[in-house]
Design a protein around this ligand. Structure first.
Ligand SMILES: Cc1cc2nc3c(=O)[nH]c(=O)nc-3n(C[C@H](O)[C@H](O)[C@H](O)COP(=O)(O)OP(=O)(O)OC[C@H]3O[C@@H](n4cnc5c(N)ncnc54)[C@H](O)[C@@H]3O)c2cc1C
Length: 477
């Protein structure tokens, strides 16, 4: 065993933690830094997450858009996705980024890059391969990994996760996806557009259960036209049949009845789990919660002074934009001696399906819990009631804004429809200034006839929550 090597900074994970590393190097160009990652450098967003999935789902969106445009007079025959070309583009993009980052890490004179797993050997000390390293300043940007559900016989059949599915060379004839969240939905969208017969099996009674019930239901209706979506069902066991076919036994949660589903491929997309078992955080005295997510205070410091955690590692909001935001908080608090609490009031997210889904802030039930039913108003508008929405032939998609009656402060917004991920930003920007009310959205001038008008109209077209529920229930909205 070599002598313990001391660093000014140790960063584990080459995702958002690298933002802090770069800032540290700018502040202290002579600092000695260790950067560790057991996987190809760049982090999950770049190598297996946001970037590759968006390179997949965009062609799928174009295909669905052109298909839908047939009703508008667009003629385009033999429309199909070239699976091989799309996968090659994804691989080329991911590999070139990984190579660029790896080369930069290897060439950086102040950085020792360890492409291996790190595990704590004691407080402020880590084992990386054969070496022990130490520092009083450690960043835990260790991300998350696919969680594996308890399915009988799962280990005995070949299955994919979001970590491995990008290696597929051809679209399977049939694909069973276990999980009904956003990763399942985005992959279902892509594979269905590539010609695969997709069955999504979600345990929750709702598809995309993190969304508003109206949004979940509409997403299920639209996407259910192109794939089978079973909600309130669990895959209880799997087996491998002749010819490599995988048979999944699926149980309906309410009745207990079972059915089977056969497919050539199985994708397990049942959420994310902590990576901290590999890290052996307990050896460093670092507290984790019951599921292994690293605990921090509001300033993102763990219970061990000088050891900071950011991004998925904390298990709070597993999105890249949150990881980047937290990297900034860690930068200010750990390197600039500031005392800034992370603020999660306005965390947007989007699901890049067809139709797209996006949301920010409180859902209706959360707003009721916080403010009381009588103090909530809902702003609502359908895309079809705007000129652009009509021109696009958008069916039943909408914008719902949840606001406090007093002062019309926006508490949350929920959009399902084309460009939802872009449209939500107007609300996000407004919510970033809590003193602003929905009036800023309602009174602003909108380019006519842009799709953004639907957000302005939703802010204008408000009603008490009870009225919204009644009109929605009557189908009058
Ligand atoms: C399929 C998929 C699609 C997604 N799409 C989106 C999206 O559209 N928008 C969005 O905002 N988010 C998306 N995400 C989530 C996003 O990828 C993550 O929130 C983000 O990458 C987290 O960044 P991070 O810096 O916390 O960690 P990561 O980028 O995950 O980096 C952590 C790195 O640390 C390494 N590591 C962990 N433990 C150790 C150890 N002990 N020793 C050495 N190395 C270690 C890991 O191997 C990993 O490489 C998606 C995720 C997936 C899986």
């Amino acid at each position: 065993m070599w002598k313990t090597k001391k660093y000014d900074l140790i960063a584990i994970g080459t995702g958002s933690a690298m933002m802090v590393v770069q800032a540290y190097l700018e502040m202290k160009p002579r600092a000695r830094i260790a950067v560790i990652d057991k996987d190809p450098p760049g982090g999950i967003c770049l190598t297996k997450g946001c970037v590759p999935t968006k390179l997949l789902v965009y062609p799928a969106e174009v295909l669905r858009t052109v298909e839908a445009a047939r009703a508008l007079g667009v003629r385009c025959d033999n429309l199909r996705l070239d699976f091989k070309a799309i996968m090659q583009r994804v691989q080329a993009s991911v590999e070139s980024e990984i190579s660029r980052i790896r080369a930069a890490l290897e060439a950086a004179p102040n950085i020792d890059y360890y492409p291996t797993a790190a595990a704590f050997s004691g407080p402020y000390r880590l084992r990386v391969g054969e070496r022990e390293i130490k520092s009083g300043l450690i960043l835990l940007g260790t991300g998350s990994c696919p969680s594996t559900p308890a399915i009988e016989n799962l280990a005995a059949v070949p299955y994919y996760t979001s970590d491995t599915i990008l290696s597929l060379q051809a679209p399977p004839r049939r694909l069973t996806i276990v999980g009904g969240g956003y990763i399942a939905a985005e992959y279902g969208h892509f594979f269905a557009a590539a010609g695969t017969e997709v069955t999504i099996v979600g345990r929750n009674p709702r598809f995309l259960p993190e969304e508003e019930p109206e949004v979940s239901a509409l997403a299920k209706t639209h996407m259910g036209r192109r794939m089978t979506i079973l909600t309130g069902h669990s895959v209880v066991s799997v087996s491998r049949e002749a010819g490599g076919v995988i048979r999944a036994t699926i149980r309906r949660s309410d009745t207990g009845s079972t059915r089977t589903c056969c497919s050539e491929a199985l994708l397990v997309a049942t959420g994310r789990a902590s990576n901290s078992a590999i890290l052996d955080a307990a050896k460093a005295g670092i507290q984790t919660d019951a599921e292994g997510w690293i605990r921090t205070d509001a300033y993102l410091q763990t219970n061990q002074p000088g050891i900071w955690a950011l991004g998925d590692a904390t298990g709070r909001h597993l999105f890249k934009h949150v990881a980047n935001y937290e990297a900034q908080i860690v930068y200010y608090n750990a390197l600039r001696n500031q005392h800034i609490a992370a603020d999660y009031q306005v965390v947007p997210h989007a699901v890049f399906t067809y139709p797209e889904v996006a949301a920010v802030g409180l859902k209706e039930t959360e707003a009721v819990e916080a403010y009381g039913e009588d103090n909530i108003r809902i702003g609502f508008e359908r895309y079809a009631n705007t000129t652009k929405g009509e021109a696009m032939g958008v069916e039943d998609c909408f914008v719902k804004i949840v606001m406090a009656s007093e002062g019309s402060r926006i508490l949350g917004a929920h959009i399902i429809g084309p460009q939802a991920s872009t449209l939500i930003q107007a609300v996000v920007n407004l919510m970033a200034f809590p003193t602003e009310s929905a009036a800023a959205l309602a009174q602003a001038m909108y380019t006519h006839p842009a799709l953004s008008e639907v957000v302005g109209r939703a802010a204008m077209n408000t009603m008490p929550l009870t009225q919204y529920r009644r009109l929605w229930g009557d189908g009058a909205l």
